[in-house]
Design a binder for this molecule. Structure first.
Ligand code: NAG
Length: 315
């Protein structure tokens, strides 16, 4: 009895072992199939990922560098000349610029050499500036060429600033907008928010100019595009816009390296003849809430009557 039972026990034991081994084998086969298919899936995913990576790399190369997050720098060009109110005028606008992020002020003196008064003023600034000089050619030198020279101001200085931009900045790398900021105007900080938006050439109203309380581009109410100019003087100019009424993208300034202001421009046509070389009326970008807001004024400082220049003060 015992023997029988022990042999039948062995048999049961063996068949259990067989069964156990088979289950194990099946389990292993199942696992390996599963692993294989998972590996295949992984490989496929890997392929997709590398394909996408290539596509991304290609896309990245097709994006122009303009898409970088570099801030837009406003290059404000200010021609200036020695006179009793010079320091007061420059102080006023320099303090407006202190409230503008990413400003680069280019001050160009009508002088043979940099003057102490301007040097001292610029030394105190906490933002970027460039100090240049460009003496307006003497009367004699220009008389022969062009008798109208007297009526143009700041030509030499603005051109030297343009040359500085073209020498020191790089097309498609440096991002900015160029703005001509005369030292006798009053500027709202809000204007600079508008200037930053300029893609090619942006325009806006200017207060107290040309005999009108305001000069402004006129827009078509349907299209929102500039169709004309409200101006107290020669509104028939191609661009009846004051120097303070437009901003040009740096790309445009750099891509047309020969465009400058000219002594041969008709009196009062300096801005118009300059803009014509960059853009068309249709392309102008109306800013300052569709040219309805005034953020810059042609204020004129009264010429002081000075009886005596007191020694020992920098005024
Ligand atoms: C400017 O005008 C355009 C088109 O006429 C209009 O769509 C847009 O809302 C206006 N923008 C402002 C700030 O008034």
């Amino acid at each position: 009895m015992e023997r029988y039972s022990s042999s039948s026990q062995k048999m049961r034991h063996r068949s259990f072992l067989k069964y156990f081994v088979s289950v194990c084998l099946l389990f292993l086969i199942y696992q390996s199939i599963k692993t294989n298919s998972a590996l295949e899936k992984l490989e496929k995913l890997n392929e997709i990922v590398s394909e996408k990576q290539i596509q991304l790399a290609l896309l990245a190369t097709s994006i122009p560098p303009t898409k970088s997050n570099d801030p837009i720098v406003v290059y404000a060009i200010t021609p200036t000349y020695a006179r009793p109110v010079q320091k007061a005028e420059l102080t006023r606008i320099s303090q407006t610029l202190a409230l503008v992020p990413n400003i680069h002020w280019i001050v160009v003196e009508d002088s043979e050499e940099k003057t102490t008064i301007v040097k001292n003023l610029l030394n105190d600034l906490t933002y970027q500036y460039t100090h240049l000089v460009a003496k307006t050619p003497s009367i004699e030198k220009l008389k022969a060429q062009d008798p109208r020279w007297k009526k143009h101001r700041g030509v030499e200085q603005r051109n030297v600033a343009l040359r500085w931009l073209r020498t020191n900045l790089v097309l498609n790398k440096d991002k900015g907008v160029v703005f001509f900021m005369d030292d006798d105007n009053t500027y709202s900080v809000k204007l600079f928010k508008e200037i930053e938006k300029v893609k090619r050439v942006g325009v806006w109203p200017v207060g107290l100019v040309g005999g009108y309380s305001v000069e402004a581009p006129e827009l078509d109410p349907k299209t929102g595009k500039v169709v004309g100019f409200l101006s107290g003087w020669r509104s028939d100019r191609r661009f009846a816009i004051d120097m303070a009424g437009f901003g040009i993208n740096l790309d445009l300034i750099l891509s047309k390296p020969d465009v400058e202001f000219s002594y041969s421009a008709q009196k009062g046509f300096q801005e118009s003849e300059f803009l014509v070389k960059f853009t068309t009326k249709e392309e102008l970008e109306p800013l300052a809430d569709n040219c309805t807001k005034v953020y810059v004024w042609h204020t004129r400082t009264e010429k002081p009557q000075i009886k005596k220049f007191v020694d020992g003060f920098e005024v």
